[in-house]
Design a protein. Structure first.
Length: 171
């Protein structure tokens, strides 16, 4: 078999259906759309989930629950990761975590969790720390400082740092 002898399987290629081209085609006159009605008109198409006027499934089933639009989604770092990536005496904050490739969203809050063991003395400055993580960091001789700043405040500070501006005076 040569490349010029390769052909599609029999019946795999069909001619395009040409509608509205006379009675001999079997799809002349109304072009397969039937007589009158919404579906016979141009520009007609049923919307997604339309069930012919019957109450759609999405409206029949009960609704429940609540999604809080102000929920804080934390970026999670485990103690095990800090042990692997940081040296003894290092400061762990959002900037250093980003530099080590551990954070992907610059202004989202960071939480340290206690999975793993820690033997290095680290100074941790993050948005939240679990109880077990705090205990492990402090028992290894490190310190924990929790910063309560929103993403908006972090963005504003980053803008001031980039432009070298002073922080605005508070009233």
């Amino acid at each position: 078999m040569k490349l010029n002898e390769v052909r599609p399987a029999k019946g795999a290629i069909r001619e395009r259906k040409r509608v509205g081209r006379g009675p001999g085609s079997g799809l002349g006159k109304t072009a397969g759309k039937g007589h009158k009605g919404e579906q016979a008109r141009s520009g007609s198409s049923k919307r997604k989930g339309f069930e012919g006027g019957q109450m759609p499934l999405t409206r029949r089933i009960p609704k429940f629950g609540f999604t809080n639009p102000f929920r804080a989604e934390f970026q999670v770092i485990n103690i095990r990761t800090l042990e692997e990536r940081f040296e003894d005496g290092d400061t762990v904050d959002a900037a250093s975590l980003t530099a080590h490739g551990l954070l992907h969203k610059r202004f989202d809050p960071v939480k340290v969790l206690g999975d793993g063991e820690l033997s290095k003395r680290l100074s941790v400055h993050v948005d939240a720390v679990s109880g077990s993580a705090r205990q492990k960091i402090e028992s290894a001789g490190g310190s924990v400082q929790v910063e309560k700043r929103s993403g908006r405040q972090k963005r504003a500070q980053a803008g001031r740092d980039a432009h070298g501006d002073e922080a605005p005076a508070t009233v």
